[in-house]
Design a protein around this ligand. Structure first.
Ligand code: GRF
Length: 204
């Protein structure tokens, strides 16, 4: 199962995916890492393992559609079965999504549909929720929308800052993302409308 990963930053989720593959708990092969940034730290992690990295420069394209068409060409050349967004800071248009229909997944550091968008740990604290977490979901053209594959929950404490909450959620992200990708690799997911039905046979 060929996996492409799109990143913009430090890439701790990418690292968790690579570690899960090395451990044998994720049966995928990362075929390429793609970014809208010239030198994200995630590229360093990829290079250590000899994985190709590709920078697609937004400044070279007139608009989002053109950019996404170029991104789709670059990613498509690696023939991925799945495209994982891992801290990729752009919203994808149909120019990209249509090429990889039902194959693009994302991780978000909140319990969707609560708190889509950015700065969500602060939003969760300010709203006063007692629980937050992370969500792995299929990607559609809306931001942080699309059928949910897995979620993990963490408590929110009175003493939390956005940073301490983000750290607690990140620990769960690093477990939940590889687990969701493994379900994909095993062909256990079926999308039914908004719902993702998981075939747990033999797992529990
Ligand atoms: C994570 O919090 C993820 O949920 C969000 O962006 C962050 C990426 O972190 N989509 P990293 O680059 O994987 O460390």
């Amino acid at each position: 199962h060929r996996l492409a990963v799109l990143v913009s930053g430090r890439g701790t989720n990418l690292q968790a995916i690579l570690d899960a593959i090395a451990r044998g708990s994720l049966e995928m092969q990362v075929v390429g890492i793609f970014s809208d940034q010239p030198e994200p730290y995630a590229f360093q992690r990829a290079k250590e393992q000899g994985i190709p990295t590709v920078f697609i420069d937004p400044a070279r394209y007139a608009d989002r559609e053109e950019y996404d068409a170029a991104l789709a060409r670059e990613v498509g050349a690696f023939r991925p079965d799945t495209v994982a967004l891992a801290g990729f800071m752009r919203i994808l248009t149909h120019e990209f999504i249509n090429d990889f229909d039902g194959k693009v997944v994302n991780i978000h550091p909140a319990l969707l549909p609560a708190f889509p968008g950015l700065g969500v740990q602060k939003q969760a604290i300010d709203y006063g929720v007692h629980y937050s977490g992370c969500t792995v979901h299929f990607v559609d053209e809306e931001m942080d929308s699309g059928p949910i594959i897995l979620q993990s929950v963490v408590p929110v404490y009175q003493s939390d800052t956005p940073e301490t909450l983000a750290e607690r959620i990140l620990v769960k992200e690093h477990i939940t993302y590889p687990a969701a990708l493994q379900l994909l690799a095993e062909g256990r997911l079926k999308i039914q409308g908004r719902r993702v039905m998981i075939n747990w046979e033999g797992r529990i």
